[in-house]
Design a protein around this ligand. Structure first.
Ligand code: FAD
Ligand code: NAD
Length: 471
């Protein structure tokens, strides 16, 4: 029953995977719910300009690459691929449209009102949207994140010379030389798309290795694989200036620790140095809220902010900026608002890079495990190369490995890391095992179907005991 003082029981600001899922679950729980979205379509960054369109381009370009690089020929299928980029873009746009329309359908089905416009707080229980005031007993901030700008570098997605991830999804032609600034997830995924379609790709990374946050062995192995594919890496290097003249960008770079600068030219530069929370224009102060030093809204374990009745989830709060993390928080916050117990286990959030092969991980890296347990001897590691996996070998997918990190005393699995063509699918098993507190022995003695890539997880678990079969 709606509290008569308010228009809604729950008002969600933002319809990304955090916001739309929170709104749907609130509707399912019988709460009178609305969701405000400033974009034309629902689904947030993820569906409109993030997870979905990037995967559409990654999937399509994988086919082109397999035809062009000889992988198909190795299996007796000889074709000379011809790129039809407009069609590739159309299938991307079609996937986005179908999925964003799908959210509108789900809103109707679950009686969630879609309020179009930008929400600004007037107090903790009310916002203005398109000149109208809307009140709610509970307001969930799910405003997501945007591209972090690089000082001195101006992104212009229209001219397609210096672009961010949104611009890099829309390029009208394949660049000759693309420079990716930032060797994180976006740089490697979108750099892979354009490299497969014919661009030479240079990746400039500030740190001394790509993919911060991933296990060190996996980072090194991924770097080797990407180099073999043709990526050129400039590690430990920072871009200090990008000057654009016509269709050419000249980048000035220098070693991150100082030293002589050098320049390179490119016809496309992708700025992918991270994302930052969206709170501009929300007037958080009117609700009595402020952000932390990283621009995030702090929350407690139940997703409550410091102000009663105001909740926050997704990219705008601390934690990894991932769609599935935002979705789980969306479900949990709605359940908490309804008086139930909504929980997210932030120790078991898988992370996947959708390159070829895929790179995935969940839980602690070996370095984090050693730090947490205080001694290298307290950590046991089992590794298994995909070369020893019959399915990967048969499919001509020799690259990659699985690594399982376990507590040496209890054998409990602390982290699992994998590089494999289907690592993103394989990692779900590891997350489930960790959620149930599995030991490496539990995984080793679980029957895995043959021949599957997942057998490499079982073998890595057996390797924790020093007894893998196929290596
Ligand atoms: P968002 O999805 O950012 O949605 C927030 C919404 O709020 C936006 O639509 C915005 O318009 C709206 N909004 C903001 N302020 C207001 C306001 N004041 N009033 C009204 N509306 C407002 N993650 C993965 O897990 N897997 C992937 O494969 C993946 N790929 C990605 C690829 C790219 C290129 C990018 C950029 C990101 C990718 N991500 C991926 C990250 C993922 O998109 C985000 O973690 C996820 O979208 C965060 O969800 P959210 O609901 O917190 O916010
Ligand atoms: P990121 O944090 O993954 O990587 C940014 C990289 O840029 C880091 O390696 C950092 O060291 C480097 N960097 C920072 N400043 C630099 C500079 N001045 N010069 C050179 N390098 C610099 O960020 P991203 O790739 O932009 O992605 C943003 C977010 O979106 C991530 O948090 C990620 O979780 C999410 N995302 C997820 C997926 C996925 O799950 N598959 C895909 C895309 C994006």
């Amino acid at each position: 029953m709606t509290d008569q003082t308010y228009d809604y029981d729950v008002l969600v600001i933002g319809s990304g995977p955090g916001g739309y899922v929170a709104a749907i679950r609130a509707g399912q729980l019988g709460l009178k719910t609305a969701c405000v979205e400033s974009r034309e379509t629902l689904g947030g960054t993820c569906l409109n300009v993030g997870c979905i369109p990037s995967k559409a381009m990654l999937h399509a370009s994988e086919f082109y690459d397999a035809a062009a690089n000889g992988t198909m020929a190795k299996m007796g299928v000889e074709v000379t691929p011809k790129l039809n980029l407009p069609v590739m873009h159309d299938q991307r746009k079609d996937a986005v449209k179908q999925l964003t329309d799908g959210i509108a359908f789900l809103f109707k089905k679950n009686k969630v009102d879609w309020i179009k416009g930008r929400a600004t707080f007037t107090d903790a229980h009310s916002v203005t949207v398109a000149g109208k005031t809307v009140t709610a007993k509970n307001i969930v901030i799910a405003t997501g994140s945007s591209v972090t700008p690089l000082p001195g570098v101006e992104v212009d997605n229209e001219s397609q010379v210096v672009v961010d991830s949104t611009g890099a999804l829309e390029l009208a032609s394949v660049p000759k030389h693309m420079v990716v600034i930032g060797g994180g997830v976006i740089g490697l995924e979108l750099g892979s798309v354009w490299r497969r379609l014919g661009a030479t790709v240079t990746c400039v990374e500030f740190l001394d290795q790509i993919l911060p946050g991933f296990d060190a062995d996996i980072r090194k192995e991924a770097n080797r694989i990407f180099k073999k594919q043709g990526f050129d890496f400039k590690l430990g290097t920072k871009v200090t200036k990008v000057a654009v003249k016509g269709k050419t960008a000249t980048l000035t770079m220098e070693p991150a620790k100082g030293g002589a600068s050098e320049t390179i030219e490119a016809d496309c530069v992708l700025v992918s140095i991270g994302r930052r929370p969206n709170t501009d224009g929300l007037a958080l102060d009117k609700a009595g809220l402020k952000t932390n030093e990283r621009g995030q809204i702090e929350i407690d374990h139940e997703f409550r902010t410091a102000v009663d009745g105001v909740w926050a989830i997704g990219d705008v709060v601390p934690g990894p900026m991932l769609a599935h993390k935002a979705e789980d928080e969306g479900i949990a916050v709605a359940e908490n608002i309804a008086g139930q117990t909504g929980i997210v286990n932030h120790d078991v959030i898988p992370s996947v890079v959708y390159t070829w092969p895929e790179i995935a991980g969940v839980g602690l890296t070996e370095e984090q495990a050693i730090e947490k347990l205080g001694d290298k001897a307290k950590v046991k590691v089992g590794k298994f190369p995909m070369l020893g996996n019959s399915r990967a070998k048969t499919n001509h997918e020799p690259d990659g490995s699985v690594k399982i990190i376990a507590d040496a005393d209890t054998d409990r699995v602390l982290g699992v890391w994998a590089i494999a063509s289907v690592a993103g699918t394989m990692i779900a098993e590891a997350a489930l095992a960790m959620e149930f507190g599995a030991t490496s022995e539990d995984i080793a003695y679980t029957c895995h179907a043959h021949p599957t890539h997942s057998e490499a997880i079982k073998e890595a678990a057996m390797a924790v005991q020093g007894k893998p079969i196929h290596i």
